[in-house]
Design a protein around this ligand. Structure first.
Ligand code: UDP
Ligand code: MN
Length: 279
């Protein structure tokens, strides 16, 4: 069927869902999430931001976490946030860590069915790369500074499409990347948070990314996702380019003026019995 029981929250089998956001995006990006998919995963979802916000603290039932990381878009600030997301997950009792950006729509029941296919006691890094080949970087760790510097090759899951880690894998990462050490690794290789994650898992731990095609970032053209496949997709996204051009899911529904991101319309397509959906 097109929608599972809409009023009921979905059995997420101990998933810790973290959403990265920043204070200047709270007003523009959080309301549509809170109105839609957050309602299906209220207990499991946490927003990681960089300032206190009384309004959204209330709206999320105290699920906003101030990381005290800088609110700049720099690599350091983003690695700081990911580091806190990871550490808070480790302190939780959940079996899966799933990271998303604040411009993602998460198809909650589909995420649950994805994870049901894997054991959290095994090492799993589930996500989708945004490049066609693994990343190749010059190894800065190498002691032999001038000679014999080796290239390092690894895949990473695009943060903007969402990715999940099993607890078993996270526990193996803990000694090298826990308690803020994630930031130092990001500093050393000078790459963004999602790339750092891939470097730790694939290069440092020798585990590989399992590619899941149903994660989507706005690096992909959203309009090519067929409506008949929406229920199979795990994440969606949107972005604005130019003045009034939007990379958004193609779906009928609410007027663009009130649903620029198309997430309200998408949500009503997947869960038509939600109260704000037309019937
Ligand atoms: N973000 C952040 N701090 C910033 C800018 C962005 O934490 O200073 C977060 C933002 O909330 C989002 C993610 O980083 O979850 C990606 O940001 P955005 O979508 O603006 O840029 P993109 O990298 O996708 O082009
Ligand atoms: Mn984005």
């Amino acid at each position: 069927g097109k929608s599972s029981d809409p009023g009921k929250s979905v059995d997420l089998k101990s998933v810790f869902i973290s959403v990265k956001t920043t204070s200047s995006f709270h007003k523009s990006r959080l309301p549509v999430i809170l109105k839609t998919w957050f309602q299906l995963a209220k207990q499991q979802t946490w927003f990681f931001t960089d300032a206190d916000d009384e309004h959204f603290q209330k709206e999320t039932n105290n699920h906003m976490i101030n990381t005290n990381c800088s609110s700049s878009h720099g690599r350091k600030a983003l690695c700081c946030k990911m580091s806190v997301e990871f550490d808070v997950f480790l302190e939780s009792n959940e079996k899966w860590f799933c990271h998303f950006d604040d411009d993602n729509y998460v198809n909650v029941p589909r995420l649950a069915t994805l994870l049901a296919n894997y054991s959290p006691q095994e090492d799993w890094y589930l996500g989708k790369p945004s490049i066609r080949a693994p990343l190749v970087i010059l190894n800065r760790e190498d002691k032999n500074f001038s000679k014999n510097r080796q290239n390092v090759t690894f895949w990473f899951a695009t943060g903007g499409a969402g990715f999940c880690l099993s607890r078993a894998l996270a526990l193996k990462m803990k000694p090298i990347a826990g308690s803020g050490k994630f930031i130092s690794i990001g500093e050393r290789i000078r790459l963004p948070d999602d790339v750092t994650m891939g470097y730790i898992i694939e290069h440092m731990l020798g585990k590989s990314l399992t590619m899941v095609d149903e994660f989507h970032s706005h690096l992909e053209p959203m309009k090519f996702l067929g409506q008949d496949t929406f229920q199979d997709q795990i994440t969606f996204s949107y972005s604005q380019y130019g003045k009034d051009d939007w990379n958004v899911v193609k779906i009928d529904g609410f007027a663009p003026r009130i649903d620029r991101t198309r997430f309200l319309s998408l949500h009503c397509y997947l869960f038509p019995y939600f109260t704000f959906c037309p019937r």
